[in-house]
Design a protein around this ligand. Structure first.
Ligand code: ADP
Length: 405
């Protein structure tokens, strides 16, 4: 029997999220999270298929200990990492630079290149590397595949990927627009085409990934042509705690007049801005509750969020020329009907509208929320980054097996 399981690992600096999937039917055999690695109060929460979570609290010193604890939990369900049914481990890697345009089987050269990209992803790539090295040590014989957050965006034309700054300086420091959330944009744009009963090559889609981090992308015939995040995930939409777009001179002003340090400004723009900076809350549920109670500050935060979103819809409409669908995804996009309604309000002349009854439906399934006669489909498409990573990793491993034979 051939191996059909893929373990997906998403390694952060102090956490590891994991899912074990069976690619025969894309079912989730187990999932879980290790938190506070190397800190006080480390814990592991493991949920096997069918529910019944198990929680374990105790010292977990490093990623090696974390992964061993995960392996032990999986073994209890008869799903150990030593199982011959495990086909691959798929790793989420945040930054693949210009180098990695596709999922890639990991070897020493790939590890070295991910390491070389650390200056453009200082927070994420080191943690991803630690996760990969630990997993390789546990199962050196098993194919391990890196799936990059940036890969889907490498098809952007230079006109969209370059900033209008001195070319030599930009190239010397590898400054360009890379984009993030690519795995989600890839999955959702394809799922949207499927929902329309078409092939990805046939449709142009604007994907709005609205979670705590948020990004938009313009996808023409299955290929990304523009996205709102740039060199880092700070550019673009208003997010939970990040400012998104702003005049870069604000930074000089804060340095010269506000006497703030580089690190203070970094923290301000990444952690204390966006919705939380505007109104003190970054959870859209809480913001809507406050708006409904007449809270002016929350209303202004909501309005700024929507204004930016609408600007990107308009911009990507112009970039694509013809739009077949707009897809909302991630925590806010999948759940906040009021955000979806407000984002397309007044855009009837672009063929955009939502049907109130359809928009109010709560479901985990991809669905259309535009009126039946709408020129442009508006859709809610739940994202599934783990399934996409597993699908890409499995396809690559199967392809390699086929060429070896
Ligand atoms: P991330 O993966 O970026 O951490 P998610 O995609 O899980 O984020 O989205 C988290 C956000 O989704 C929350 O901060 C909250 O604002 C929003 N959210 C979750 N559920 C709801 C809901 N029922 N209604 C409105 N917003 C929601």
């Amino acid at each position: 029997m051939s191996a059909t399981r893929v373990l997906v690992l998403n390694s952060g600096s102090s956490s590891v999220k994991y899912q074990l999937l069976d690619m025969r039917d894309s079912s989730r055999l187990a999932m879980g999270l290790v938190e506070r690695i190397g800190e006080e109060g480390s814990r592991l929460r493991h949920t096997p298929q069918g529910g019944g979570s198990r929680e374990w609290t105790g010292p977990i010193a490093d990623h090696d200990a974390a992964l061993k604890a995960v392996a032990e939990e999986l073994s209890k369900d008869g799903l150990g990492l030593d199982s011959p049914e495990l086909a691959a481990i798929g790793h989420r890697v945040v930054h693949g630079g210009k180098t990695f345009t596709e999922p890639t089987v990991i070897d020493e050269a790939v590890l070295a290149e991910i390491e070389r990209l650390i200056p453009v992803a200082p927070l994420h790539n080191p943690a991803n590397l630690t996760g990969i090295r630990t997993a390789r040590a546990l199962r050196p014989d098993l194919p391990q595949v890196a799936v990059f957050d940036t890969a889907f965006h490498t098809t952007m034309p230079e006109s969209a990927a370059r900033y209008a700054i001195d070319v030599e300086t930009a190239d010397a420091h590898r400054i360009r627009r890379y984009g993030f959330h690519g795995t989600s944009h890839a999955y959702v744009s394809r799922a949207t085409a499927k929902l329309l009963g078409k092939a990805p090559e046939e449709v142009n889609v604007i994907v709005l990934h609205l979670g705590n981090g948020a990004s938009a992308s313009a996808v023409r015939g299955g290929r990304c042509v523009d996205t709102s995040m740039g060199l880092t995930p700070l550019e673009g939409l208003v997010m939970g705690t990040r400012s998104g777009d702003m005049d870069p001179a604000v930074i000089f002003h804060l340095m010269r007049v506000g006497k703030m340090s580089t690190d203070e400004i970094d923290t301000l723009l990444n952690k204390k801005s966006g919705l939380i900076g505007l109104c003190g809350d970054n959870d859209m549920r809480e913001i809507r509750r406050r708006v409904d109670e007449g809270d002016e500050q929350a209303k202004l935060a909501f309005d700024i969020y929507i204004h930016r979103l609408k600007k990107y819809i308009g911009a990507y409409y112009a970039v694509l020329g013809r739009v077949d669908a707009i897809a909302f995804t991630a925590g806010v996009g999948e759940n906040a009907a009021r955000v979806r309604e407000a984002a397309v309000a007044g855009l009837e002349s672009l063929g955009l509208a939502v049907d109130d009854a359809l928009n109010a439906v709560r479901s985990d399934e991809p669905r259309l929320i535009s009126p039946a006669d709408a020129r442009v489909a508006v859709a809610v498409v739940p994202t599934d980054e783990e399934l996409e990573i597993a699908t890409q990793a499995y396809a690559l491993v199967e392809e390699e097996k086929a060429t070896e034979q």
